[in-house]
Design a protein around this ligand. Structure first.
Ligand SMILES: NC(=O)c1ccc[n+]([C@@H]2O[C@H](COP(=O)([O-])OP(=O)(O)OC[C@H]3O[C@@H](n4cnc5c(N)ncnc54)[C@H](OP(=O)(O)O)[C@@H]3O)[C@@H](O)[C@H]2O)c1
Length: 276
């Protein structure tokens, strides 16, 4: 399956991550990604590349409804009367009337969660975001959003790769009709060094990155958004739809998760779930 269907949206399971792609490099890489067949693009206000991505999409000749476009509200724009204006500015930079998915980038402690969610919902009700969701939310916060405040979230975008279990988040998401997007799905390039991934890669004539991505998208309700600047990486990362891992290989890769596998853990991170 090359896409996830959720609330009338079709989400390609393999998307293009754009963190740390700036200016001409971002333009070039995003153009190459579209040529290679990516139709799901992930950006964020904080990446400072929404304008470049908007320009590439506008000039691509690809119909807007063939693209699944995600952006994320940065922490400083949550509450404080800045939320809606920041969405207006993102849409202007992206040269579109709507994004397919709008996320709260990180949990923010000093603005009531209800207000954050209502602001997000207002964007959706104004048809400026097809789907809404969160990023870097542990289960307790997912539960608060869905259960305490009755908000229908479509997605949680979290760090997920062979070295980090996300079982609690995945279990909660699947039980509540959400999908999970795996960020840093290549463990920021580190998957290339692991002998188990190397061995499986040889078996299929693929590289370790392709095995890690295949492992992610073969899981129910999981999309992955590898970033690449290099043309060969961009092409390789989407060339994962002509083979399938066996149940035994899926389990072997599942077994690579370790307690210190998390790579993205800034000062403002929430209390993460204990890996199961
Ligand atoms: N929501 C959040 O808080 C959050 C946090 C982090 C990331 N993200 C999103 O997730 C995306 C991906 O995560 P990421 O950028 O942290 O890391 P990543 O996708 O795991 O890894 C990117 C790194 O791997 C290299 N690479 C790409 N393809 C490769 C391949 N086939 N073989 C070997 N190396 C390869 C890239 O090199 P080259 O660039 O030189 O090709 C780059 O150095 C981000 O771009 C962003 O969109 C979201």
């Amino acid at each position: 399956m090359d896409h996830i269907t959720i609330a009338n949206s079709r989400v390609p399971v393999l998307g293009f991550g754009t963190w740390k792609l700036f200016g001409p490099e971002c333009i070039k890489a995003t153009e190459l990604a579209l040529i290679a067949g990516y139709r799901h693009i992930d950006t964020a206000q904080i990446y400072e590349n929404e304008a470049e991505i908007g320009m590439v999409l506008r000039h691509s000749g690809i119909a807007r409804d063939e693209i699944f476009l995600t952006t994320k509200i940065w922490m400083d724009n949550v509450g404080r009367g800045k939320f809606q204006r920041s969405v207006d500015e993102s849409l202007k930079r992206l040269q579109t009337d709507y994004v397919d998915l709008l996320l709260l980038h990180w949990p923010v402690d000093d603005v009531p969660l209800r207000q954050q969610l209502e602001d997000l919902q207002a964007v959706q009700q104004a048809c400026r975001a097809r789907l809404i969701g969160v990023s870097n939310y542990p289960v307790a916060l997912m539960r608060a959003a869905c259960k305490d405040y009755g908000i229908t979230l479509a997605n949680n975008q979290v760090e997920y790769h062979p070295f980090l279990s996300q079982k609690p988040v995945l279990d909660y998401a699947r039980a509540h009709g959400m999908f999970v997007t795996a960020y840093s799905p290549l463990a920021r390039g580190k998957v290339a060094d692991h002998p188990v991934l190397q061995q499986i890669a040889r078996r299929y004539g693929k590289n370790e990155g392709q095995i890690a991505l295949r492992w992610l998208i073969q899981q129910e309700g999981v999309a992955a958004i590898p970033k690449a600047a290099r043309a060969d990486h961009i092409r390789d990362n989407i060339d994962i739809f002509d083979f399938a891992l066996t149940a035994e290989e899926m389990n072997a890769i599942m077994g690579l998760a370790r307690p210190d596998g998390r790579l993205i853990n800034p000062d403002w991170a929430p209390q993460w779930d204990k890996a199961a």
